[in-house]
Design a protein around this ligand. Sequence first.
Ligand code: ADP
Ligand code: SR1
Ligand code: MG
Length: 419
Amino acid sequence: MAFSEFRPLHDNSLIDYIKSVPALSSKIANDFDNLFVKEVGDGNLNFVFIVLNSAGSFVIKQALPYVRSIGESWAMTKERSYFEWLALKEKGRLCPEHVPEVYHFDRTMSLIGMRYLEPPHIILRKGLVAGIEYPLLAEHMADFMAKTLFFTSLLFRTTSEHKRDVAEYCGNVEMCRLTEQVVFSDPYKVSEYNRWTSPYLDHDAEALREDNLLKLEVAELKSKFCERAQALIHGDLHTSSMMVTHESTQVIDPEFAFYGPMGYDIGAFLGNLILAYCSQDGHADQANDRKAYKEWILKTIEDTWNLFQHKFTALWDEHRNGAGEAYLPAIYNNPEVQLLVQKKYMTDLFHDSLGFGAAKMIRRIVGVAHVEDFESIADAAKRATCEKRALDLAKTILKERRNFEGIAEIVSAIRKYES
Ligand code: ADP
Ligand code: SR1
Ligand code: MG
């Protein structure tokens, strides 16, 4: 069977496809007799097949020209697969410890073949719902974010390299426009796609549309998201975009990648950890009140930012006499000015991260795409109580983000929203 033009793959055609690609068939020793193939895509957008036998394994991810969770009525470019591949390669080069290896890419078929993250790897969000602690998570995510953000920013690169790559990723405009809509626009207006736990949150959803101060701040964040090509960001770094074990953290799914504000990635991760925290009371039962687990989440939030800040500034110090265009050594080479610019840069980045993180919390409660942290709380009243707490907290963080001086103050603010 020829695959010279795009077609969605199913179990049988997938096997024919694999037979036609040596980079894939060699992974399973060309043995098709006892092959296990299963579609496991539970994300919002794409189809993911696990392929394995006793000789080896891989995953095939294919983008179809629409949003999977909505259906064919919401068209979406399958070129997202190209940008996912590009970003997996680049982030894998910068941080191979935390990115699955890519084995194959086919632009015509919008298809990526990559490492199968075998059990016990699970999606982090599922681990957070189950109450599982991951002792290395903060360290690993801080490492991933510090390396991928620093090395693609003007702190490290020349403007020639930067503009070349910015231009390439501008092609991912449809994915950026999806984010502009579902994160920064729809939650603040009437939209056919919005939903929330009704009737409990009816008033809260309406209040968002009438909160002028909030809308002013969201406009500022949206403009930064659209205009600031600070680094190559993942673009969708929530807790379902990483697969984890106790020892391993693997970041997947960078199909929203583009040159944008670093705080959008850091905020996505921290904001989703805060959502996980706020959902814990809904998962508490007689066997486990989740109190200790909530403390672990708070510690992970604090450690992530502190470790990120440490690693990022260490990379900056190490490369400060390199080719980075932002702070030329000829101008910024004395320790006093170096300290001043780093402090300003990190403070601005912290406030950006808080703003974007809060916006991403809000969209998961009143927008189109919700999260399992809350959706898996069957009792609607209980779910709404958790969601309302998260929503109120997010509104405070978003509006007052510039007043927070460190992550410990955010942890204190989170504690204040306890019932
Ligand atoms: P989407 O782009 O639709 O959000 P994801 O990349 O998040 O798709 O993948 C959907 C699901 O497929 C994940 O939740 C995970 O269960 C599974 N998956 C994706 N990539 C891998 C992988 N490399 N190894 C194992 N499972 C994977
Ligand atoms: C229709 S919105 C789908 C969402 O799922 C992805 O993971 C992104 O977060 C996107 O906003
Ligand atoms: Mg996903």
